[in-house]
Design a protein around this ligand. Structure first.
Ligand code: ZN
Length: 623
């Protein structure tokens, strides 16, 4: 290679490659007045923009991390290029003919192929693959696209191609174009086994481009049944230019629209990105072979220009199924990275955007995105939906589990709004929801010790609550009376039923008592405890009968003590039914379901009256 690039050519590159134009391929810039532009710094993490570009001066400076320079140093830093590589790349893009001086000092270059060569190899590969899509061997690939509503024009827009099956077609092509084996391997296009072979064979290919639009890798889908590689999708491995933790498919096409609308839609696959763009949702991107992570959100934030004073909108599309819900909960943890408001768009039939477009048309894709709901509401309603909200313990458990998630949110300003939402969803008092969120926050501070980690959300279903939990103490004490003093409690229990016991084990004990003829049947029976114990089929229940028989009562029982327990127990049952109906009322729309609403309202009034009567008996003289 010849010597140094002439100074005047470098100057021409600086002049033609406008710094605001180049920087905009990585960061969304907004006018900051005085001829300056501003955005989120790509070189350090920040919440409000301090990265300034002055196009007239051809210079950038960040007030946050003090990084500064011209268009060449910007590109060197952001893409990890040498000076020479950068000048060549810009000259190529902005049409500057570079001339070299004889005998100058050669630039030190890093070992291995240059970035420019890797980009070039991927470009040549993309063109080769795109041509192959028209060949007879690619029939299955064209059918795949056709079935998903993509015509030739769409395939051309996205640069889709077909990798021939034989295994060395690309390798030979690249060799013929002067690429060394090292370059083709480092570009991720060729793999080495016993010999060199094409990494992608007999697959449909999507070129993956970086934000400025250069092809840096490929996503490859299985289309033949006899494909020896099991994976449905294969991607370019990590290379100097392809980093899967940062790559967003479709970003080259979406970045301007994302900047303009301050909205980004994150879908799950290549065909979904295509479907969205073709349907008019020009802000869609997808991760490539990996989950949406922190690095992706950093990249996206720069384009959204998302910061504290200006909030962008990020919309995830998830499947409605379990995996999608899991992904949503994960995103909820990652939500902390976004100042943006995060939303979820879920198609009720569980269709992805590509299917929606095929089955329902372009407008339906746009509607799907427009119907977005806040991510927190989606995640919380999934949690709450696991529980039976018509039962008091279901509501308690739903509140506990969801409060744990709400209390883990770092943005304290959101916590109160979420607590309010939670109260409405479950049908409990707002103060109750707030209190549970506070308790949960205290528990987490104790458990996690400020590491800020989002706790694993454990499903609370089917767990048998602790018998000694204070919320069951009245049930326990009442059953102690039944087992130890059947004569004293005898007649006053005629109105008690199994539903008065909320703990399943205590309910089972009561059922034993009822089956044995009620507490009255135990009066004067020395073998009463043994009879109950022996009747139990569940060893856990018989063991509890023993406990109840020996555990001292809190007080020497008399008629007042018995009444206190029996009526209180029944009053609590009524209170639970009142709460259940109130909760249901809160969840029922009186305009949409007037009959149901009015019926429940009537039941509520009757229950309230019954509850008052029980309270009076509780307060009145012992009977
Ligand atoms: Zn900075």
């Amino acid at each position: 290679m010849a010597g140094r690039i002439r100074e005047e050519d470098i100057a021409e590159v600086r002049e033609k490659a406008r710094i605001d134009d180049v920087v905009s391929q990585y960061v969304t810039l907004k006018n900051a007045g005085g001829g300056s532009q501003k955005g989120l710094c790509p070189f350090h993490d920040e919440k409000s923009p301090s990265f300034n570009v002055n196009p007239a001066r051809g210079f950038f400076h960040c007030f946050g991390c003090n990084e500064s320079g011209d268009v060449i140093s910007f590109l060197m830093k952001i893409d990890g290029l040498t000076f020479g590589e950068t000048v060549e790349r810009l000259a190529d893009k902005y049409g500057v003919q570079l001339r070299r001086e004889e005998g100058g000092v050669q630039e030190e270059r890093p070992k291995g192929p240059q970035r420019g060569r890797l980009i070039e190899a991927n470009k040549v590969a993309q063109e080769f693959y795109a041509e192959q899509l028209a060949t007879p061997d690619a029939l299955a690939a064209r059918q795949f696209l056709g079935e998903r509503g993509f015509d030739q024009e769409a395939a051309a827009t996205f640069g889709i191609g077909f990798a021939p099956r034989e295994g060395e077609a690309l390798l030979k092509h690249l060799r013929g174009r002067g690429f060394s084996q090292e370059e083709t391997v480092e570009a991720g296009l060729v793999a080495i086994g016993r010999s060199a072979y094409d990494r992608f064979r007999g697959r449909l290919l999507w070129p993956i481009r970086d934000a400025p639009g250069d092809t840096i890798g490929f996503g490859a889908r299985r289309i033949f049944d006899d494909d020896k590689i099991e994976a449905k999708y294969l991607n370019t491995p990590e290379t100097r230019i392809y980093k899967k933790s940062q790559v967003l498919y479709g970003l080259d096409l979406a970045r301007r629209e994302i900047a303009k609308s301050s909205q980004a839609v994150i879908v799950e696959g290549y065909t979904d990105v295509m479907a969205c763009h073709l349907a008019g949702v020009g802000t869609a991107v997808a991760t490539c072979g990996t989950a949406f992570g922190d690095e992706h959100s950093k990249v996206l934030r720069r384009f959204l220009n998302d910061h504290e004073e200006f909030r962008g909108e990020v919309i995830f599309t998830f499947d409605g199924d379990a995996a999608g819900q899991k992904a949503a909960i994960r995103a909820f943890g990652g939500d902390q990275n976004f100042v943006s408001q995060t939303y979820v768009a879920v198609e009720p039939d569980g269709l992805d955007p590509c299917d929606v477009r095929v089955k329902k048309g372009d407008a339906a894709v746009r509607e799907l995105v427009a119907r977005r709901v806040p991510l927190y509401r989606f995640v919380l309603s999934n949690i709450v939906g696991k529980y039976d909200l018509d039962r008091a313990d279901g509501r308690i458990d739903a509140l506990r589990e969801s409060a744990r998630l709400v209390s883990s949110i770092r943005d304290r300003s959101k916590v109160d709004a979420f607590s309010r939402e939670l109260a409405g969803m479950i049908g409990v008092d707002i103060d109750e929801a707030r209190a549970e969120v506070r308790r949960s926050a205290t528990r987490q501070a104790r458990d996690v010790r400020g590491s800020g980690a989002v706790p694993e959300v454990a499903p609370a279903r089917n767990a048998v609550p602790d018998l000694r939990d204070p919320r069951f103490s009245l049930e326990r004490e009442t059953l102690k009376l039944v087992v130890q003093h059947p004569m004293t409690i005898g007649r006053s229990t005629s109105e008690i039923g199994p539903n008065d016991f909320t703990h399943p084990t205590y309910r089972a004990v009561w059922e034993l008592v009822a089956a044995a003829g009620g507490p009255g049947a135990g009066a004067g029976d020395a073998g009463w405890t043994t009879r109950l114990r022996d009747a139990a089929t569940d060893p856990a229940v018989s063991s509890v009968v023993s406990e109840l028989a020996v555990e001292p009562l809190m007080k020497e029982p008399d008629a007042a003590y018995v009444a206190q327990h029996v009526f209180r127990l029944m009053e609590l049952t009524t209170a639970r039914r009142v709460n259940a109906i109130k909760s249901k009322l809160q969840r029922t729309n009186p305009v949409e379901q007037p009959d149901e609403f009015n019926k429940m309202f009537g039941e509520l009034a009757a229950l309230e009256a019954h509850r008052r009567a029980l309270r009076d008996r509780l307060a009145g003289p012992p009977q």
